[in-house]
Design a protein around this ligand. Structure first.
Ligand code: ATP
Ligand code: MG
Length: 220
């Protein structure tokens, strides 16, 4: 990866990774002209209600999922770091590695974007990256923005109509990323698996096979 090339950053718990994530990464690469999208699994917050799948399994599943796609890469830095994963810390690290001039695009589904004001040092994110907000079934971005004053303020100040308006700028803009709606969530996949229902065709076959071989998400 050379400096100054635009890169995408897609964080998540990936518990498990599914076609909603992968299609989002692929759409971002095409729509934003990214040569590379980094998928960055987060360490699970200790406060999360359910036990959660071990980090190593989540990481392995993401690695299996991106195999054979040269535009998608897995970055395990948040799992190596102690304690909670804060995206802002990850972006500071990536900036120091890749330089100040490469455009960064933090890729967020509409649900994640609408929770942004709860993130650690969220306003600093705009000094480090652009944000691309993807459509996601069940989340009405325009409707919900009306009820969040601080997020709406940033939206109105930073939103640009097309990705091309970010050209040459490393950070600071918000752009919509309209993608085909895929009604897939890891929560729903976990619920299906806990009832011993099939999840085939909702995530890559290699991940389906890994889950079966490791007996993940089985509740007995
Ligand atoms: P969970 O149900 O456990 O929260 P999830 O399916 O939402 O899992 P995450 O790991 O929380 O997956 O999501 C990581 C990122 O991918 C978030 O920005 C989220 O909005 C986005 N994302 C996940 N699934 C989709 C989807 N089907 N369409 C668009 N964006 C998605
Ligand atoms: Mg989620």
């Amino acid at each position: 990866m050379t400096a100054s090339e635009p890169i995408g950053i897609l964080g998540g718990t990936f518990d498990p990774v599914h076609f909603g994530h992968l299609r989002l990464a692929e759409e971002a690469a095409d729509g934003l002209g990214l040569s590379r999208v980094l998928l960055i699994p987060a360490a699970l917050p200790n406060l999360r209600a359910r036990p959660g799948t071990e980090a190593q399994h989540r990481l392995t599943m993401v690695r299996l999922a991106v195999q054979g796609n040269p535009r998608l890469a897995v970055d395990d830095r948040e799992l190596k770091r102690e304690g909670m994963s804060y995206t802002v810390d990850t972006l500071v690290e990536l900036r120091s590695e890749l330089g100040a001039t490469s455009p960064f695009f933090l890729i967020l589904g509409a649900d994640a974007f609408l929770r942004l004001p709860a993130w650690s040092r969220w306003l600093e994110l705009f000094e480090l990256t652009h944000i691309a907000v993807a459509t996601r079934p069940g989340y009405d971005l325009d409707g919900a923005l009306g009820t969040s004053g601080e997020l709406k303020g940033q939206w109105e100040a930073r939103r640009v109509p097309e990705p091309v308006a970010c050209a040459g700028l490393p950070s600071g803009r918000i752009v919509r990323l309209p993608i085909p709606l895929l009604q897939i969530s890891a929560t729903d996949l976990r619920a299906r698996m806990s009832r011993a229902k099939s999840v085939r065709y909702l995530l890559p076959p290699a991940v389906v096979d890994y889950i079966a071989a490791q007996r993940l998400y089985v509740t007995e």
